[in-house]
Design a protein around this ligand. Structure first.
Ligand SMILES: [Zn+2]
Length: 495
């Protein structure tokens, strides 16, 4: 009811208009500034309209983020978009911080490259130029020269395994982690994600970003935090207990891509790891839920115990019977019905599902894309299962179950990787020797037939660097060539 009444009062405003009202970009989040709430769009944009918008999508996004970007840079570092100081003043760099201005970033790169080059004269020149700081730098930092998807060379600085970013890139880096990976979840989740990849981004930078984020500002304020379960359910291992729950979406009933009107989301959660699975269903009947459960059990296996609330429509027992009707090899039994004091843990997950869903919808809407929630389940699960906080032993649900991180560790920015379309581009921007070795073997089956469709322009450029034929007798030369970043060359000795 409250949502319908909000819809009458406040309409959703696209971001560019809103950016003109300074109240939404206050330096510190002020509850009184919150005027807009996300309004859920039951009717997806008609096709014609969508096409018209699509033409200007890139421009729109540029306008949206440029003003946010400018304000953020000005507030945090007193720099413009290119990283130069504003109004003739130098950028703000707090003492004892690892923040890098344009100048200091270039200096570090110069020192690292001179150190790694092995050229005595070059090293001596750099040594005399930066005497005082040189040991600190070569002890902590190293640099790499990578090639991006467009074929341009980019220099990257690393502190251990993590990337060091100059002030001018801080905004883009946090935006990638906050918007496309953690899906506007809270500060700790974004911060944990940023810290995994980058060494010199502080909590304050992330907090300020989120306080200014156009989507996060619009989120309705949380009135009362829910308490956790009074007596938490104990689980000792993955697949001991699963909890199935339905989220009511009847106020936003939408047709999925098959043309079925969906009213509910089935949320399946493992108690031990928090691994979650979501799927839209049309009606609240055991057979629909059972069908979803059978499908996901095929992937992750069936639990020993299955909990569900004994709603008015069906009981746990009926649900288990429906599941076993579909697949008699599923040996799960039903647990006791959910008690009110179990409610906490389930409600918290459902709350997160709804909040992430509305943020993703908001994000899609601003890009002029469809906001049909039935198509957003993948975004949603990606966020839920990769969600982790900053604690010492925190891991995501996905990592606990599958043993590998949900997001791979990159040596480049996320956006740079996003632009890659071929394997070669990937390997050049994010060098990975083991992946390259497997790639080299798979690239050709019989000399000339590429297994992978490779962009020919880049291919030609690459082939110039490497000899087409290596003499059979010249073993040393062959080994040297293999060690190099060769991603394409005729397979030798295969078949
Ligand atoms: Zn946000």
């Amino acid at each position: 009811m409250s949502r319908t009444s909000r819809r009458k009062v406040v309409r959703y405003q696209p971001y560019p208009e809103q950016s003109q009202t300074p109240a939404h970009h206050g330096e510190i989040r002020d509850e009184s500034n919150i005027q807009c709430y996300p309004v859920f769009d039951n009717n997806p944009t008609p096709q014609g309209d969508a096409e018209e918008r699509k033409l200007t999508e890139v421009e729109e996004r540029e306008i949206q983020y440029n003003s946010f970007h400018e304000k953020y840079n000005q507030l945090m570092f007193n720099i413009d978009l290119d990283g130069n100081g504003l109004d003739g003043k130098p950028p703000i760099v707090p003492r004892c911080s690892q923040q890098l201005t344009n100048d200091s970033y270039e200096q570090l790169l110069e020192i690292c490259f001179a150190n790694q080059s092995g050229d005595e004269d070059r090293w001596r020149a750099v040594f005399h130029k930066y005497k005082t700081k040189i040991y600190d730098v070569i002890k902590n930092y190293h640099a790499k020269m990578l090639t991006n998807a467009e074929g341009e060379e980019v220099a990257r600085l690393y502190f251990g395994n993590r990337i060091a970013v100059p002030q001018r890139d801080v905004f883009a880096v946090i935006r990638d982690c906050h918007v496309s990976r953690s899906r506007h979840t809270k500060q700790n989740a974004t911060s944990a994600m940023v810290r995994k990849m980058y060494c010199n981004i502080t909590q304050k930078m992330v907090n300020t970003f989120i306080q200014m984020c156009p989507t996060c500002i619009r989120r309705p304020p949380v009135i009362k935090p829910l308490k956790g379960a009074a007596s938490p359910i104990m689980s000792a291992a993955f697949r001991n207990r699963f909890q199935v729950d339905l989220i009511d979406m009847q106020d936003q009933a939408t047709e999925d891509i098959r043309g079925v009107l969906c009213n509910f989301i089935v949320v399946l959660k493992d108690h031990f790891t928090r691994l979650s699975y979501c799927e839209p269903i049309p009606r609240k009947q055991p057979i629909f839920v059972a069908e979803v459960l059978c499908r996901i059990f095929g992937l992750i296996g069936a639990p020993k115990l299955l909990h569900s609330d004994n709603g008015n429509e069906f009981t746990s027992q009926e649900l288990i019977e429906a599941v076993k009707d579909l697949d008699k090899d599923i040996l799960s039994v039903f647990g006791r019905p959910r008690k009110p004091n179990d409610q906490g843990s389930v409600e918290i997950r459902n709350k997160m599902v709804k909040s992430v869903l509305s943020d993703v919808q908001d994000e899609q809407r601003r890009k002029g894309k469809t906001t049909n929630w039935t198509t957003l389940m993948g975004h949603l699960m990606g966020c839920l299962n990769s969600h982790e906080l900053r604690g010492a032993n925190d891991t995501s649900a996905y990592e606990t179950v599958f043993g590998v991180p949900y997001h791979e560790n990159l040596l480049c920015h996320i956006d740079e990787m996003r632009r890659c379309t071929t394997l070669e581009q990937r390997v050049r921007i994010n060098p990975d020797p083991r992946f390259e070795a497997s790639l080299r073997e798979e690239f050709y089956i019989d000399g000339d037939d590429p297994v992978v469709n490779v962009d020919t322009g880049i291919d030609d450029a690459l082939m110039q660097d490497f000899p087409a034929d290596v003499e059979d007798g010249d073993e040393d030369k062959q080994d040297e060539e293999q060690l190099r970043l060769a991603t394409r060359r005729p397979a030798r000795g295969r078949g």
